[in-house]
Design a protein around this ligand. Sequence first.
Ligand SMILES: Cc1cc2nc3c(=O)[nH]c(=O)nc-3n(C[C@H](O)[C@H](O)[C@H](O)COP(=O)(O)OP(=O)(O)OC[C@H]3O[C@@H](n4cnc5c(N)ncnc54)[C@H](O)[C@@H]3O)c2cc1C
Ligand SMILES: *[C@@H]1O[C@H](CO)[C@@H](O)[C@H](O)[C@H]1NC(C)=O
Ligand SMILES: *[C@@H]1O[C@H](CO)[C@@H](O)[C@H](O)[C@H]1NC(C)=O
Length: 705
Amino acid sequence: MVSLKQAAIATAFCLSFANAEVAFHIYHESEFAVMACTALVGKTALYFSKTDKIKYCNVHNQPALGTYAHCIEQIPYKDARKNFLDSCAPFNLTEEQYLAAYNNATKYLTNTTADPTFNKKKIYNKPAILSPKKIVGAWKSEKGRWTNYNYAHYFGMVLMAYWYLVMFVAGLCNLTYFIAPNAVNSLTGGVVNAFRKYITLPATFNKSHAHHKQIFHYLLFLIPSRLETILVSGWIIMAIIFSAVKYTHDTPNVIWPQGASTEVGRKIADRTGLIVGWIVPTLVLFAGRNNFMQWLSGWSYSRFVLIHKWMSRIAFLLSITHGVGMTFNGKGLGKYETRNSKPYVRWGYVAIVCMAIMTVQSLMVFRRSNYELFLACHIILAVFFIAGGWIHTRNDGYHQWYICATAVWAFDRAVRLARLAFFGLRTAEVRLVANETLKVTVTRPAYWKPFPGCHAFIHFVRPTCFWQSHPFTIVDSVAETNTITFYIKVKGGVTHGLYQYLSKQPDNKANIKVTIEGPYGQRQAIQKYENAVFLAGGNGIPGLYYEATDIAKRSEKTNVKFYWVIRHYRSIEWFYTELCKFKNTNITPIIYVTQPHVGLTSPFISDNLNSSDEEEEEQEKKSDVAEESGEYIAALKKNLSFIEFREGRPDFYQIVAEEIKEANGPIGFASCAHGSMVDDARRSVADHLGDSKYRVELFEQIQAW
Ligand SMILES: Cc1cc2nc3c(=O)[nH]c(=O)nc-3n(C[C@H](O)[C@H](O)[C@H](O)COP(=O)(O)OP(=O)(O)OC[C@H]3O[C@@H](n4cnc5c(N)ncnc54)[C@H](O)[C@@H]3O)c2cc1C
Ligand SMILES: *[C@@H]1O[C@H](CO)[C@@H](O)[C@H](O)[C@H]1NC(C)=O
Ligand SMILES: *[C@@H]1O[C@H](CO)[C@@H](O)[C@H](O)[C@H]1NC(C)=O
């Protein structure tokens, strides 16, 4: 419901703005005769002063009307005369008057080039001869120019509609999971499995998806899934074809007599420029957190970011093409320099330069190395891109798309502010546990309801970082009501700042003011599967935990297996209370400890924080504490006797394969762990679909962008 309401508001918002001075217009053949003759007669001789309003419709200006009528009568279009007379309706020109002028002019037609009294700057008083070739040329020139605009609009609309259509289909599929799970579960067998094995499930090149790829040391990539690649490639191919086809070269050209490069350069520029307009609002929408299409399609934010990136890259290439085309046109017309000195052209350059910088600065290397810097630059550049596009197109009324993009953006920001206000400013208890995880506990308003698998963006209101908002998964507290908890892994930015602050506090604990924007995300349909297997790694546990316990509460029948992979036993500390809730449920928890002997007594130092001094210290202490740690582990295992502990690194490929074989009903996997583990699980699901006669589904919950 919320989604529909928001969609409606956003659309209304957009339309009310865009209606202001819409230039959108589809040209019809009936418009070209008047355009062609006006251009051709205008270029041949001067028949009235600039202030004359009646122009060629003036029955008292026989030379003008006569010449015009001779043009119109030779236009290769059956309704040309009617179109002209319609255009003269305000001046009451009748068909008789028109024909009389035509016949009268026949007697006086003069060849202007051969007439010594002819002066192009002075009003001419004889009807002029127009060559039939030029008349047909003029007709074709106008038709060629303006149908190109039509193609630009049609193609732009198709490029935009493509995503909404794909999302609509995705939305229907997503809905079916919830309202008719049995129908989905019956979709098994050869054809369905083959389609899923080769198209929807695997990563593009079979291997990496969640885990980034690296080439040339600095270039990092996230490889999309195969389905995503197919959808995005389809769109890109369409965009390229749409910018390359259906151009005409019309001679003799009344608009661009200078030659083909002037004419075709302009046509390509018009086409690409307009198409960019059509895709800008959607690409802005897809980058927002409150994109209503997320709720409709059930797609994750990271998939929208992927589409956003490729739409932006194509928009950039099209803008470059627009610029090159206009350069050819400007040079041909001799207007290159004068145009470049005009503000609207300069703002066009601003927009293109911003796009160029954005495509580079948004590469993963820069996002990874300093996300906040990336974000700040991205926002500023985007503002200048939109402003540039707006000013550039304003004179022709084509700024409607930039107005729309601004509205979409403003809408997202407004909803974000509203969400923050809705949650309010609250005091959170932040605790550093096991020296690796920040546990944030904060009471929530009763009307602010989290759901399994959701996340929210936290602002820690401290002078050094209050403007930053970082996404973390929510768990509705198992200990208190109306309280939510986050489990934050210490990394290099804000989280590291908090780590340093907390490690100096007594009990490693502090009260910090926070405000929270959320909850975001979609419920996954895994609850509808008879067998649910959760594959969590490290700090990927919160979302999966919330979902698993939710399923256990809803139905006793569901078989729930819960795998959690951690580095060392200490990590259990920050999730201990929650793990205890697994007791006496139908959940089978299995914990893998990959480095069982690390960091038991001395504080664990996470990778990115290690300093060599501390590491050495740790080495020294190790031998003394061996015995002590044995007791620690034994106590832990005793308290958590309902959990199976395994030491070593799990092979998710193998685990998934076995779970599929053993399942005696539809089985769903949810994964949120280290990228390579998640990828193993995905590959295994794709490879072993055929091993079960039931439906096998994967719900990958890790998001990266
Ligand atoms: C939907 C979602 C849920 C998440 N849930 C959890 C969770 O429950 N527990 C947990 O420990 N981590 C979670 N993360 C990861 C968490 O958001 C990042 O680790 C955190 O933002 C890093 O903050 P930092 O300033 O210390 O990062 P840095 O050390 O500066 O960067 C570390 C990495 O985090 C990425 N990153 C930094 N800021 C952001 C941001 N604002 N948005 C997106 N990515 C960012 C960077 O690209 C970089 O790759 C989640 C991420 C997403 C997208
Ligand atoms: C016929 O055309 C000539 C030249 O354009 C013009 O001077 C004259 O007035 C016209 N005659 C009539 C009857 O309109
Ligand atoms: C007009 O006169 C010029 C030169 O006298 C000639 O080349 C041209 O073909 C004539 N145009 C028409 C339409 O007869």
